[in-house]
Design a protein around this ligand. Structure first.
Ligand SMILES: N[C@@H](CCC(=O)N[C@@H](CS)C(=O)NCC(=O)O)C(=O)O
Length: 222
């Protein structure tokens, strides 16, 4: 782990992340894009994201963050995905033409909203209720119900579109985001085996060479 020295300039895009977090999704997309980037891993458990050097880079104190050679720092998963898709227009991460491109942004926004509104409260319910354990149990339960409903909604959309969210032959960035949400289900011990369109799409995403490479790398880091 190395922290940014007061956001010292970088020579190529640097993805600041932490393994097996929402940063993993940014890492997957970065690898699929084929854009040359460097990954720097910080430890949330050790509280690296709250240390002054990291806060100088991303005052939100969150991962992922993408630091560019011109000094720009991009945060928020959809914006980072968008940057990699724009940097690699031939990658197929986002459709080039309207209206498909706008639909892709719609799905990225939906996935991001669902992550924050339904999945995050499952993982960190106590934060939403200022540490009140009893209230946290209720929050966790209702959030899990909404998370499951969101995955059901996406499963139906996949079925209608023929296997990928945008009806493309290959999964696009919205599919990769949705696959990450589906992956959260296993952390939550949520059975999604009945959501066959979703699980089939998740399987396809996991075999994308960029996604597989990102997962291998994170496993090796631990
Ligand atoms: N709004 C951020 C949220 C990302 C997020 O939830 N990051 C988590 C890790 S999965 C984080 O950094 N948590 C640290 C904290 O909140 O203390 C985004 O979309 O990029």
């Amino acid at each position: 782990m190395s922290l940014p020295a007061q956001a010292a300039p970088v020579e190529r895009p640097v993805l600041w992340t932490s393994t097996f977090t929402s940063g993993t999704l940014a890492h997957q997309v970065a690898c699929v894009s084929g854009v040359a980037f460097e990954m720097r891993v910080i430890s949330l458990r050790a509280g690296d994201h709250r240390k002054p050097d990291y806060l100088a880079l991303n005052p939100k104190g969150e991962v992922p963050a993408l630091q560019l050679p011109d000094g720009t720092v991009i945060t928020e998963v959809p914006a980072i995905i968008y940057w990699f898709a724009e940097a690699a227009p031939e990658s197929g991460l986002l459709p080039r033409a309207l209206p498909a491109r706008a639909k892709a942004l719609e799905w990225l926004a939906w996935c991001h909203w669902s992550m924050g509104r339904h999945f995050n409260p499952c993982f960190s319910a106590t934060r939403f209720v200022d540490g009140d354990e009893e209230a946290a149990t209720a929050v966790r339960k209702s959030a899990a119900k909404r998370a499951r409903a969101a995955l059901e909604y996406a499963d139906a959309a996949l079925r209608r579109a023929g296997g990928t969210l945008l009806g493309t032959a290959q999964p696009t960035a919205p599919d990769i985001f949705l696959a990450a949400l589906g992956g959260f289900a296993s952390y939550l011990k949520m059975d999604i085996t009945d959501l066959q369109a979703l699980t089939a799409m998740m399987g396809r995403v996991m075999t994308m060479p960029g996604v597989a490479a990102a997962m291998e790398k994170e496993k090796a880091i631990g």
